[in-house]
Each structure stands twice: as C-alpha cells, then as structure tokens.
Design a binder for this molecule. Structure first.
Ligand code: ATP
Ligand code: MG
Length: 437
C-alpha cells in the first residue's frame, strides 16, 4: 500500500476531547473518528487492527470447539419479555419501534436470541454439548461513554453461548472458554488476570472477568504478583482434565476487584500483593438453566424426559481490546503494535522520492515482502524525512525500513524495530531475510 494514496488522516496535535493515551493515539494515528457520542467510524488503518483482533479471537474460539454463526443486531422485544429482562435492562437498552408499531431493540447481548435459535432447532441430548458464537456490534446506551472505543455505546463484542446437559459438562465448557481466553489475550501480547466476578443482570453463580493492567484502567484491582510472570499455557492441551487443572492453577492465586477485595488477605500476602488499575477485556458466566427455563428451551434426555440445558455466556470486547492494546504498547512518539495485530508488518520509508536508486530499491523491497504475504505500507510521499519518521512512529508498525541515497551508495538501508528503537544498517538482502525469517 502506498501512503501517498492511502486514506490515513493523522493529526499533529493532541485532540482536546481525549483524556487517555489510547484515545488520543487512535485519533492521531487515523484509526477512528467519532460519529457521535460513544459511536465511532473505523478508518482503514483502524479497521485492519480490529479485523486482526477479531481473527485471533475467532481462531481461538474455533480451536476451543465453538462454532461461528451470525445473529442480527436488531432483536424483537418479545424475546426479552419472555426472559424477563425487557424492563429490567432499563435505559441502557436502545429501543426501536418499527413501521408496524412493533417493539424492537438494538441488542446489548444475545442470550435470548441464541436460546430462541436453540429451542427451534435442538431437540435431543445427543446434540449436546454445543458452543455457538458470533462477533457482532452491540449497543448499550452507557451513562458515560468515554475513553474512545474503550467505553463506547456501539461496540464490537465476541459473544459465545454454551449448552450442556448437566453441571459437570457445563463446567467443562466453562473451563474450555476460560483457557481459550488466556490464550487469546496472550497472542495479543496481553497478560490477562482472571478475577472472580459478580454475575450482574446476566444472573447465575460462576463468573470471571479478565482484566489487563494499565494505569488508565477503570477499575482498581488487587492480585498476587506472580500473575504477571505466569505462563501456564504452553503446556495445556485441550484435554478436559488438563483444562480443569489449568483453571485451578490460574484461579488459585489471589485476585480481586476493588469491591471484592478482602484487606485481611492482603495483609497476609504482604509484598506479593499488587494493586493496580485494570481494564476488563473479557467476561465469562455460567448461569445454569436461567434462560432455558424462562424461555422453555428443552432437550429430550436419555430416558425420554424433557431437560433444560445448562448454559453459559462468554464475552470479549473486541473493539475495546484495540484501545487496551495501545494502553499497554505505546511511548511518547506513538503506538508500538505487537506483531500479531499490527495493521501492516513493515513500513518502508523512501527518504528521497524521485531519486531513481531510492525509488527502485523501495519498490523492489516492497514487492519482495508482499510476495511473501507481508502487509507493507510504503511511504512514497514527497515529504520531509522528519515528518515521515514521525508518522511511522505514530502509527507504530513493528518494523521500519529506511531507504536513503547515502546508505544506498554504501549498499545499505536502515532497519528499525519500533518496539525497542533498535536500529541497524544492513544490506537489502540481509534486511529482507531478517524480515521474512
Ligand atoms: P463493563 O463492566 O466494562 O461495563 P460489562 O460487564 O457490562 O462491562 P459484559 O456484558 O461482560 O460487559 O461484556 C463483555 C465484554 O464486552 C466486556 O468484558 C468488555 O470487554 C466489553 N464491553 C462491555 N461494555 C463495553 C462498552 N461500553 N464499550 C466497549 N466494550 C465493552
Ligand atoms: Mg463484565
């Protein structure tokens, strides 16, 4: 992609409305623009990141045995009247009237809709267990939308729903999702800490929030410091016993949100206890037969009896994660994307556009990288070097290749790693093999 024609509206100055660094950088780096309060348009660079996050989530959901479908954003009020949540959800729910005066709503979550699909299609215990998921826009009319995409009104969520015959089986689904969440966040370079949580309006009795630590997080959290260096995942297979002991291990250390924190435990942990700000990036619930009973979703059991399946739901804030990752990976100059979710893997900077040697070297590098499947952003603009460096640092691509006339005379270009700031002069061939390796 050539930057001269790419739609990348960057800002030099910090936008006044942005209070936290990820919001500032998302606006400055041309990732999003606000459409109205808490509602954002995703511009090409931001959309690339959003899609990468979504894809990692998808791969890990698939690997955990969940199956993807796509439910609509607009739902009928009747379903929510059946579950009893229509009135209780209050002002957070955006309610809509269609031309036939039917009450509709923009879905804030999908327990009702997925239970409706289930009861129309699944009849026998032999069809269980099932985990269904989608990644879809949600709307919640938050009292205080703020911090850009971190607390929006419209936001992208992956939500999965599990259906099992009994508690033991439901617990296996829960464990599966629990570990898949840790894997998902780890692939994005995030250390997520599971905290036992209240189930809130979803109801039920087992729930964990996944929190990543960042100074600007909305909640105060307390946890054992070992969480920060934990790597219990590499060894865990998808065997149910393995998953259960991984969950056991991950929940055995102390972790609590502000409301749940028990100062006595703290005192006991001494120096091992850390308190920090955290961002909730995922939340999982086991809630038993709450929805299956309310909505009359049953399956025929082994002895012909009608049984209510045990359910759970599992959310990940896909659009919130884009902001959360920036909170974790940035410096004064801009974003430092982890490789796995970078919008382009390499930025090529041509320091003298119009100089035949520079132009040829750059197109050669770009073509070779693209031929091996790399996404490359080529800064071919007629701009000062300083402006080009600033843009590249701001948008945070993991690698920068700097091509200038002086270097080329000596047969070298400069390769910069954005995360560390390390630079080295290399021949084009060695730079390419390093980038492709
Ligand atoms: P919060 O406590 O942050 O308000 P929640 O508990 O209401 O979130 P859930 O229903 O658990 O949210 O939704 C699952 C995930 O969706 C959350 O873990 C979060 O990552 C994301 N999410 C929830 N609300 C928003 C929002 N307003 N903007 C962006 N992401 C959100
Ligand atoms: Mg939550």
């Amino acid at each position: 992609m050539r930057l001269s024609s790419y739609f990348l509206p960057t800002l030099k100055e910090d936008p006044a409305e942005a209070q936290i660094v990820s919001h500032r950088l998302m606006l400055r780096a041309g990732l999003v623009r606000q459409a109205s309060a808490g509602i954002y348009s995703w511009l090409p660079l931001g959309l690339r990141v959003l899609r990468k996050v979504e894809q990692i989530v998808r791969e890990e959901q698939d690997a955990a045995g969940a199956q993807e479908l796509l439910m609509p954003t607009i739902q009928a009020a009747e379903l929510w009247q059946e579950s009893g949540r229509y009135d209780g959800y209050g002002k957070e729910m955006l309610r809509v009237i269609d031309r036939h005066d039917r009450e509709m709503l923009y879905g804030p979550t999908n327990e009702e809709l997925v239970t409706d699909i289930f009861r129309q299609t699944i009849r026998s215990y032999k069809d269980l267990p099932k985990i269904l998921y989608h990644t879809q826009w949600k709307f919640r009319d938050e009292v205080r939308p703020r911090f850009g995409v971190m607390r929006g009104r419209e936001f992208l969520m992956k939500d999965a729903y599990s259906f099992d015959l009994d508690y033991e089986s439901a617990r296996r689904s829960y464990n599966r999702m629990f570990v898949s969440y840790l894997r998902t966040f780890a692939r994005m370079g995030l250390q997520a800490i599971p905290m036992q949580a209240d189930t809130g309006p979803i109801g039920g009795d087992l729930s964990h929030e996944f929190i990543i630590l960042a100074d600007t997080g909305e909640s105060e959290v307390y946890c054992h410091k070992d969480y920060l260096t934990y790597d219990a995942l590499s060894e865990v297979s998808n065997d149910d016993n393995d998953l259960a002991s991984a969950v056991e291990k991950w929940t055995s250390l102390y972790a609590a949100t502000d409301e749940k924190h028990d100062p006595a435990q703290a005192a006991e942990l001494g120096e091992s206890l850390i308190s920090a700000r955290g961002i909730e990036v995922g939340h999982i619930f086991y809630f038993g037969t709450k929805y299956s009973q309310a909505m009359g979703a049953t399956v025929t059991g082994p002895d012909g009896e009608e049984l209510f399946p045990e359910m759970g739901s599992y959310g990940i804030g896909v659009s919130r994660l884009v902001g959360a990752i920036i909170e974790a990976y940035h410096d004064d100059d801009g974003i430092k994307w982890p490789d796995s979710i970078a919008p382009f893997s390499v930025g090529v900077i041509n320091l003298r556009v119009g100089d035949a040697d520079c132009d040829n070297a750059c197109t050669d590098i770009v073509n070779k990288l693209e031929a091996t499947g790399q996404d490359v952003l080529y800064d071919d603009r007629d701009e000062r070097a300083g402006a080009k460096f600033a843009t590249m640092d701001l948008i945070g691509l993991p690698w920068q290749v700097v091509v200038g006339p002086r270097g080329l005379k000596n047969g070298v270009i400069e390769l910069k790693r954005r995360a560390t700031g390390d630079r080295e002069e290399l021949s084009i061939e060695s730079a390419l093999s390093k980038l492709m390796g």
